[in-house]
Structure formats: C-alpha cells, structure tokens
Design a protein around this ligand. Structure first.
Ligand SMILES: [Zn+2]
Length: 456
C-alpha cells in the first residue's frame, strides 16, 4: 500500500514537472514581459539596435541605457516609428518587435551577455534623412507624410506630426500643440478625404458604368438633390471623366455616386478596402469608412466627392496609389527590412511582402492616365521639378470654422523610379498649397538620393 502511494506521488511529480516545462517553453516571453517582471524589460538588459536603411543608428543600448540618434531632427522625425522606450507609442517598432529586440534565452532568460544573447538588430526600410526633411517641412502643422516603393513595398518615408524629442521630453499634457502626439497618424487615423476620394468614385464608375470615360457629365455649378444643394467651384458645363478629375468637378462625381446608388457604391468601396481593418506589418490600420446606409440623396451625392461621413486612412490610400501605379495590384508596404541576431549569425531577410488585388487592371490603368493628365494640366510638372508624376489633391472641409485638411496623393509614372506618396496637412487649407510643396520636396529628395546612392 505504501509503495502505491509513493508511485502516485512520483507520478504527480512528473506531471507537475512536465506542466512546468511546457509552460516555461511555451509562455516564457509572456512571463518575462508580464507586469510583475517589468524590471526585466526596462533598461536592465540589452536591446538590439534599430538602424535605418543606410545603417545609421536610430536606437541602441549603451551602458544599460537606451540611446537614440545623435541628431535631434532625426529623433523627432522617427519618434513614431522607433518609439520612446516607455511604451507610450504602441504602434512603434520598440513595442511591436519587443521580443525580437530583447531576445530571450531558454537557459539563462535575459541573463546572457548581449554578444551571446538572442537579441536582434533590426534594419528598417526608412531613410532617416528623408524622414527628417519631410518632418521639418510641416513646420508647426500636424499631419503625416508617406512614400514607398510600389514595386518592392519598402517604405522610404513615414512621419507623423506633432512629435517631440525622446531625449528631451516636453510636458505634453493640456497643450494643443501636442494633441494626439502618441498617435502615428499614418497608422491610427482616418481623415475626411475631400477630393482625393474622387479617385475611388472614378474607379467605381469605370468598373460599373459602360464607357464611363467616353460620356459627358453636365455641371451648372449648383445642383439641387432632393432640396439639398451640391455646389461646384466653377460652372464646368459639359465635361468628361478625365477633365472632371483634372478640374475636380464636384457635380460630375456626385452624379456618379447618385447614378450608382447606395448599394453599388458601398459594394465597390468595400472592394477597394473601406470598412475593414487592413493589415500593416504586425498591426491593423484604423479603418477607412464609407457608410451611406442612412444618408439622404444629397448625402449620397456628397459621399462621392469625399465629404458626408467618408473617412480615409493614410496607409490605405498609399496602398491604393501603389495599386493604381501597378495595374491594380498593391505590393503591401512594410518597414522592417531585415533582422540580425549578432555578429555570429547572418542577416535574416524578412519574407517578401504580400500582394493585394484591390482594383481591376483596366480601370486602374485608365485612372493612372487620368492622374497623369491631372498632374500635367492642373498642377504642372514643374512643381515636381519635371519628374513625371500622377497626382490628385484634396481639400477636405472639416467644419467648426476650421481650415480644411489639405491632401496630395500620387505616384511616379515611370516604373524606373517607383515611388507612391500620400501627404496630409491638418487644417492646412487647400491641398495644392499645403500638402503640395511637402509632397514635391519629399519626392525630389527621394529622387536625388536614388540618383546618387541607388537607394531603391
Ligand atoms: Zn463642376
């Protein structure tokens, strides 16, 4: 009898040990990062470096302290991408890639010297100098600027304003200047799109209305829809789709929304990525929304020109710019280029980015030509120093007597310089006046770096 009890105790011991080993192996990272063990992840141990695409150090650990770039402008420009080390910016690399940066060893936990540990250095696709210049060009305005290679998915520029210096943190509370400072606006915001939404309405028209690009629309400046006024900037008279996009005719695009109706517009916008949380890196983007379920006819008309309740996420728009440039297929944008364990290991290239077919090829190609026409005839190639671009601006009314949000979105026509971009300036006034110069400077800077350093 005694031996049975003994065997039973031994049996329990092995079960218990087995459970512990299983838990240890499967959940070690959870333990290490749990709040009771917070001391482990706050500065005591070494974290991997974060580098930009040219190998410039954006963050590293020195004497058990996290250090950032020596250049204040770069620190400010890349705050939202790199993070502040205090987990205030949950979408940053230091939060998302915490376990890769810290490393973890089954035998020693975090106790391994960093040379032998499993912490990894992360190289980003971003160019810190281009980010720094783009961030500076916002001056005291809020917003975001993005640029990516639409053939391989590498994001070259991603900045979000307002920002602050991680090495010299100001008092952020109750200061309008720092409203929403922890948000990476590119990832976690959705803005009223204004006229850049006409790109989506044009795509829907080309998909669903036969010969949409050959017929003409009629603009008399003011149109009454069930008693609601839709007002255009000008009396454009008879106008075709290409001219309507170039001149940003509100009547033509509200007519398309009304002609297609709520159901077809919603179906198309869903196909184009609205009303769902699109993936980006290890995250989901703030959803773009298109919802006309309770709208009046006037509301439906306004929805076709990017007002009503339309909302658009900046990275979603960047993906669509990439898709139009690329025959309807978006090469998914990403920011971590490679990881490297330590000097004994070679670099791990991350898996190639996914492809998303957002658009029909034929409609995408037609809109590409229309956006090229708009660039040449409405804004002028000289704005981008003669680099052949396709673009559309937007000026989104936001109410409350505030200045509208200014947008400029586009991409290069020539695939030998495959760059797509999105710039938004909050309360910046007209898109061409506010976002236009920031976009032009960013694209020119990328072009010059490309020419000299073959960065793409
Ligand atoms: Zn008009």
């Amino acid at each position: 009898m005694r031996s049975i009890v003994l065997y039973f105790i031994i049996f329990l011991f092995f079960i218990g040990t087995g459970f512990f080993v299983y838990e240890f192996l499967m959940k070690n990272k959870d333990w290490a990062f749990s709040s009771v063990n917070r001391h482990l992840s706050q500065g005591i141990i070494s974290q991997g470096k974060i580098l930009d695409r040219s190998g410039l150090i954006l963050a590293e650990t020195e004497n058990r302290k996290r250090k950032y770039s020596d250049n204040e402008k770069i620190r400010k420009a890349l705050l939202h991408v790199v993070g502040d080390g205090c987990a205030f910016i949950p979408t940053s690399i230091q939060s998302l890639y915490k376990s890769e940066l810290f490393g973890y060893n089954y035998v020693t936990g975090f106790g391994m010297p960093s040379l032998l540990g499993f912490s990894q250095d992360l190289t980003l696709t971003l160019d810190s100098k281009i980010c720094s210049k783009a961030s500076e060009s916002f001056k005291d305005k809020k917003g975001t600027a993005l640029a990516y290679n639409y053939l391989n998915g590498e994001i070259i520029c991603m900045v979000s304003l307002p920002t602050y210096d991680v090495m010299n943190r100001p008092i952020l509370k109750n200061d309008d200047k720092y409203e929403g400072v922890y948000l990476n606006r590119a990832i976690s915001s959705s803005y009223t799109p204004g006229s850049v939404f006409k790109i989506f309405t044009a795509l829907a028209a080309l998909d669903l209305i036969k010969d949409a690009d050959k017929r003409s629309f009629s603009c008399n400046k003011i149109k009454l829809v069930d008693g609601e006024k839709i007002v255009c900037m000008k009396n454009h008279g008879k106008i075709n789709l290409k001219e309507a996009l170039c001149k940003s005719c509100d009547i033509a695009f509200s007519d398309i929304a009304l002609e297609l109706g709520k159901e077809k517009m919603t179906e198309k916008m869903n196909q184009f990525g609205f009303n769902s949380k699109l993936p980006f890196d290890k995250l989901e983007l703030s959803a773009s929304s298109y919802n006309v379920s309770n709208s009046s006819s006037g509301g439906l008309g306004w929805s076709g020109i990017g007002q009503y309740t339309d909302k658009l996420n900046p990275i979603h728009m960047l993906k669509i710019m990439g898709a139009i440039a690329n025959g309807g297929i978006c090469v998914e944008p990403y920011i971590v280029k490679s990881m490297k364990m330590n000097s004994y290991f070679s670099e791990t290239k991350l898996k190639s980015p996914g492809l998303t077919k957002f658009l029909n090829t034929e409609s995408a190609d037609k809109v590409k030509e229309m956006m090229r026409y708009t660039m040449k005839n409405s804004y002028g190639d000289s704005k981008f120093s003669g680099i052949p671009m396709c673009a559309k601006t937007g000026t989104a009314e936001v109410g409350n007597n505030k200045f509208p949000h200014g947008w400029m979105v586009g991409f290069s026509y020539d695939k030998s310089f495959p760059i797509a971009f999105v710039v938004i300036v909050e309360n910046g006034d007209f898109g061409i006046k506010s976002a236009g110069p920031i976009a032009a400077e960013m694209v020119k800077n990328i072009y010059n770096r490309f020419k000299n350093d073959k960065i793409i």
